[in-house]
Write a protein that binds this ligand. Structure first.
Ligand SMILES: [Mg+2]
Length: 220
């Protein structure tokens, strides 16, 4: 079934694990570096640090939230941890590039990563020129999705009209506020099709195929 996205003129994308596949292993590196850091800050064993990292992720939307609240970590210093992560696993995907290029209207990134990370990854993927702007966590005062405040800041910064916006994400919970606001929501990734969440409008394990197949405003 083709997705009917003829009402959409603003294409909002998460970055990590949405515009490149989970299998790249890239986020695995990010996770390991986080665990190193949680260990360093807390003095916990590796297993305990990993568990705490996941607890903070669940409670705050980002591991960083817990580190700021309970350990006085500076968000900027935390994000700098990821600035030199190897981009080796990420590659150009000409089919995805073509699929994004054909979307009528503006394309935006909405990410819980910071500006440096977003720029590095978009450059490496060869997608930077396709996006009008990047709304990164620094612009949200380090308040992450799915916090409604992050959505409100992003929406204000880009004069978002939810009824004409589609939001693509690999993290299901980040789609809930988007749906409440009235955006069209698309869950992306290998486990997406198993989702039964009522706030997910579309789900796909293949973003490129989904975009190529969708009915859009200008397409025949
Ligand atoms: Mg993601």
């Amino acid at each position: 079934m083709r997705a009917d996205l003829r009402h959409v003129d603003t294409w909002l994308f998460d970055l990590d694990n949405t515009l490149y596949p989970v299998e790249s292993g890239f986020m695995g590196q990010v996770e390991r570096r986080m665990t190193d850091y949680v260990q360093e800050v807390t003095g916990l064993s590796r297993d305990e640090a990993y568990r705490l990292q996941k607890t903070y992720l669940a409670e705050y939307g980002l591991t960083l939230g817990g580190l700021v609240a309970h350990h006085g970590v500076d968000p900027k210093a935390y994000h700098a941890l990821f600035h030199d992560i190897s981009l080796e696993g990420l590659a150009h995907d000409p089919a995805l590039l073509a699929a994004l290029e054909r979307l009528p209207g503006r394309r935006l990134i909405f990410t819980n990563a910071d500006d440096v990370h977003a720029e590095r990854v978009l450059d490496r993927l060869g997608l930077a020129h396709l996006f009008d702007d990047v709304f990164h966590i620094g612009l949200a005062d380090y308040v992450p999705k799915p916090d409604r405040a992050a959505f409100d800041k992003m929406s204000a910064a880009h004069a978002i009209q939810p009824a004409a916006t589609a939001f693509f994400e690999d993290s299901q919970r980040n789609l809930e506020p988007a749906h409440e606001l009235g955006m069209t929501t698309v869950l992306v990734g290998p486990n997406a099709t198993a989702s039964t969440a009522p706030f997910v409008d579309y789900k796909t394990s293949n973003l490129t195929a989904f975009l190529m197949d969708a009915e859009t405003r200008d397409a025949a």
